[in-house]
Design a protein around this ligand. Structure first.
Ligand code: SAM
Ligand code: SF4
Length: 337
């Protein structure tokens, strides 16, 4: 692969990981992510699945080795399995090392087998609680049983499942050990995520939701023996192993820990905006260039290189002064979590 083109940013970081939001819509309304009455984008604003394929393929041609599909809820986008099927050609050719997905799990019963068939090997499923009533409260529209059933289907299809749990103060802080042990019993790794200031949501203040992962880690260390893992995915996660269960535990701590030194990723929204950083407002419009050049990918590839040449050093999130600093105007579901 050494003769492949590469995307290198101003801080000499190779950008080989693309996260793609394929829709801003969702069948849930998680309290930290969306307001109950969201205004979604008009359909014409969205990239078509063919346009998404063209853009993702342009990134692959420039050395991107891993693509994560996210949203909104990616599996509610109509026709999305056709997109996975089409993208699997890059896995077959060896240009793409991994095609993966972050999902709320609600549609996995329907799609897990197809995902496996199209070359997906590992998925992240977001699950913040094992309590039905709390699940309904956090997701507003979700049903726990459907998600648990989806996780079963994914494991039956041979997909490796990692659980993502957002740490929400006053909500799932009494379930820490239950969730760790539930995941261990199912041979699933687990990553904790701190609430990030993305987009306006009603009902709750961000600072009220913020449960620092320093506290989560201290609680875990009080019960288990934790070992640091050197592993670095180029993102905001740090990893530890719980020796008692053998599980790998991730901590995504944008607010209490800086993670940008080894950043290897950029994000593409469902409208074709390229964000060089989740925690900065800077963006590049790739949709117009794509639509202006229906049969020539060079202009879009040139623009991708230009965008990477402006990738900032790090994010601006900051809760340290007891106020929410660096708050982003867009929702996580737009940029893709
Ligand atoms: N719908 C899919 C899901 O929930 O997995 C994919 C998109 S969702 C935006 C991706 C991840 O972002 C989820 O794990 C979710 O819990 C997390 N998330 C959403 N809003 C967040 C916020 N404000 N702070 C931290 N994590 C958030
Ligand atoms: Fe939907 Fe995922 Fe946001 Fe929850 S976190 S509302 S499942 S996009």
């Amino acid at each position: 692969m050494s003769d492949m083109p590469q995307l290198i940013d101003p801080f000499n970081r190779a950008i080989n990981y693309l996260r793609v939001s394929v829709t801003d819509r969702c069948d849930f309304r998680c309290v930290y992510c969306m307001s109950e009455n969201m205004n979604f984008l008009p359909k014409k604003e969205l990239l078509t699945l063919e346009e998404l394929d063209r853009l993702c393929s342009a990134f692959v041609s420039q050395g991107v080795r891993k693509i994560r599909i996210t949203g909104g809820e990616p599996l509610v986008r109509r026709g999305i399995m056709g997109f996975f099927e089409s993208m699997s050609r890059h896995l077959d050719s060896g240009k793409l090392a991994e095609l993966t997905l972050t999902t709320n799990g609600s549609q996995l019963r329907k799609y897990a087998a197809d995902l496996a068939r199209f070359g997906v090997r590992r998925i992240n499923v977001s699950l913040d609680t094992l309590d039905e009533a709390k699940f309904a409260k956090i997701t507003r529209w979700g049903r726990l049983k459907q998600v648990l059933d989806g996780i079963d289907a994914a494991q039956q299809a041979g997909l490796r499942v990692k659980i993502n749990m957002v740490a929400v103060k006053g909500t799932n802080d009494d379930e820490l050990f239950d969730i760790v042990e539930w995941c261990a019993a199912r041979d699933m790794d687990l990553t904790f995520i701190e609430v990030m200031p993305m987009g306006d949501i009603d009902t709750v203040e961000r600072l009220d939701q913020f449960w620092s992962l320093k506290d989560v880690e201290a609680e875990l260390a009080g019960r288990y023996s934790l070992t640091d893992l050197a592993e670095n995915s180029g993102g905001p996660a740090r990893y530890k192993r719980i020796e008692d269960t053998g599980q790998k535990i991730g901590f995504i701590t944008p607010l209490s820990h800086n993670f940008c030194e080894a950043c290897n990723r950029v994000r593409l929204t469902c409208t074709g905006q390229l964000f060089q950083c989740l925690g900065q407002e800077g963006e590049f419009d790739l949709r117009q260039i794509l639509r202006d050049n229906p049969s020539d990918d060079l202009p879009v590839i040139t623009k991708i290189h230009e965008a990477i040449s402006f990738k900032p050093k790090g994010h601006d999130f900051d809760y340290s002064r007891q106020s929410v600093g660096g708050k982003m105007s867009r929702h996580m579901s737009h940029t893709g979590g």
